[in-house]
Write a protein that binds this ligand. Structure first.
Ligand code: HEC
Ligand code: HEC
Length: 445
């Protein structure tokens, strides 16, 4: 081939390989049924009741739903919530006894639970401390280690066991109830006390019998059944794959308006969002440091000099993981404010702009935007970490995100795209909130 012809040919090849601005290959393929764990309907229906029943908390005063309520898209609309010792729901939640010195905030933001039942969700919590681990005898890696019961169906079942063991979330104080006292001795002893409560609440036995073939009498009910029922509910309730974005991926070009389409191009192109928010649910299920502002009690490790939360390092003990948190899925993100592992930002605009220059945004963060149930005693310590020079330097220094220049109209387009991830069916849930629960305890509504 003559040289000039060859170079024309080569430049043509280069041009062709660059293709249009956005290659179809960058977009995920549409979500389908096989992406999800199969769910038994009877187990999910039982799980719905357990999820809303305060009987699983030490003091019978808080349920899973208190922090993951249907009214608040599976979360609580607070930056940091109140678990044990609180009353009311969502933004109205307050400490029952404001002067009680045991009162503490939940250290991290309560996440919405959309698509947790998709098979690709194998790691849960902001720091990933519960995960599937096929090489482990139980199949999972968890803080319960050898005390984790066998035969847990999915990672959602496993996760359900841990709020029941958290003093600040559901257990309460040892001075208050036998669940907390049992927990002091061993984690599985606390579960045993809760199992006994369920066995002796007459309404539950027939439901367990219908849902699980290996249960004949109340004594057959185990913590595994309880966890698997809750897991079945969580896995099916908030499946969410009917947003305009899903319709677009399935071929309906008109599902997105022009602004959302430009936002999609930015998200999967120049905006660089897809580097972390990748795949069918806009998460790589990996951990990244992006300098999210921190406040509240933190999740401290032994010898921590200040109330802080170093995220993934808590699980791996690797310095490289300091201040990394799990990339959240962005499904229904427009209805799940506030954002970040402390719920630092109240609007999509603010959290997207944080990504454009994390270090500058971290330094400029105004604590007044945190949504924290008021408490004069805690208010004095909530933002102490802002006065700690070492921490204020370490968080931005760990950030992996390079600043990126986007114009205001581009940010608006990105936000229009994020709105196209809202799925009204998924947001509502499948079974919704029950009117009453077998224990007869009041249901949050
Ligand atoms: C006091 C509030 C509170 C209660 C009660 C509570 N949760 Fe949560 N939930 C949270 C917070 C906060 C997190 C994040 C914790 C972390 O990452 O360290 C979370 C995380 C989760 C996750 C992981 C989601 C993800 O994407 O990582 C699931 C699933 C979940 N909760 C289900 C439940 C179930 C089931 C119950 C009842 C057995 C329950 N929660 C009770 C606040 C609560
Ligand atoms: C380097 C990885 C990375 C990139 C790139 C990235 N994000 Fe994020 N994003 C994260 C992580 C990690 C969090 C959660 C941080 C935390 O909680 O501390 C997050 C949080 C968010 C949230 C809040 C979600 C919630 O439920 O709290 C939104 C919205 C968001 N990102 C949108 C975007 C957009 C839009 C882009 C592109 C402009 C982008 N992200 C680029 C890693 C990334």
């Amino acid at each position: 081939m003559p040289k000039t012809v060859r170079s024309i040919f080569l430049s043509l090849l280069v041009l062709l390989s660059m293709g249009p601005a956005l290659m179809a290959a960058d977009l995920p393929t549409p979500v389908t049924d096989v992406d999800y764990h199969p769910v038994d309907a009877d187990q999910a229906a039982l799980g719905q009741l357990l999820f809303y029943d305060k009987i699983l908390s030490g003091n019978r005063n808080i349920a899973c739903a208190t922090c993951h309520h249907h009214k608040h898209a599976g979360s609580d609309a607070l930056s940091l919530g109140i678990g044990e010792g609180g009353k009311g729901l969502g933004p109205e939640r307050v400490f029952s006894e404001p002067g009680n010195t045991q009162n503490r905030r939940v250290p991290r933001h309560s996440p919405a639970l959309f698509n947790v039942g998709a098979r690709e969700f194998t790691t849960l919590f902001h720091d990933g401390r519960v995960s599937m681990a096929p090489s482990d005898a139980s199949g999972f890696n968890t803080p319960a280690e050898e005390f984790l019961p066998a035969s847990l169906a999915t990672v959602a079942s496993v996760q359900a066991l841990f709020p029941m063991l958290s003093a600040v979330e559901m257990t309460g104080q040892t001075s208050e109830n036998p669940v907390a006292r049992a927990l002091l001795r061993r984690q599985d002893y606390a579960w045993a006390v809760l199992v006994e409560r369920i066995r002796t609440t007459s309404g539950y036995a027939p439901l367990f019998r219908d849902a699980f073939p290996d249960i004949e009498k109340p004594d057959d009910i185990s913590i595994t059944h309880i966890a698997n029922a809750i897991g079945a509910f969580v896995n099916s309730e908030w499946r969410s794959d009917e947003s305009p974005f899903d319709a677009y991926l399935r071929g309906d070009q008109a599902a997105l308006d022009v602004s959302a389409k430009r936002g999609l191009e930015l998200f999967y192109g120049k905006g660089g969002c897809v580097a972390c928010h990748s795949g069918k649910f806009q998460t790589d299920h990996d951990f990244h440091a992006i300098a999210m502002p921190q406040f509240g009690p933190g999740r401290t490790r032994m010898f921590d000099p200040v109330a802080r939360d170093q995220g993934r390092i808590n699980e791996t003990d690797s310095r490289d993981d300091a201040y990394k948190f799990r990339t959240p899925s962005l499904r229904n993100v427009a209805v799940t404010a506030p954002y970040g592992h402390t719920g630092a930002y109240g609007t999509l605009d603010a959290v997207v702009r944080h990504h454009l220059n994390p270090v500058a945004a971290f330094k400029a963060y105004d604590p007044a935007q945190a949504i924290l149930p008021s408490n004069p005693r805690l208010a004095q310590v909530d933002f102490l970490v802002f006065d700690n020079a070492a921490e204020q330097a370490a968080i931005p220094a760990a950030s992996e995100l390079d600043p990126i220049d986007l114009t205001d109209p581009e940010v608006a387009d990105l936000i229009a795209f994020l709105h196209s991830l809202t799925d009204k069916t998924g947001q509502k849930g499948r079974l919704g909130a029950p009117k009453s629960v077998p224990s007869g305890l009041p249901v949050d509504d």
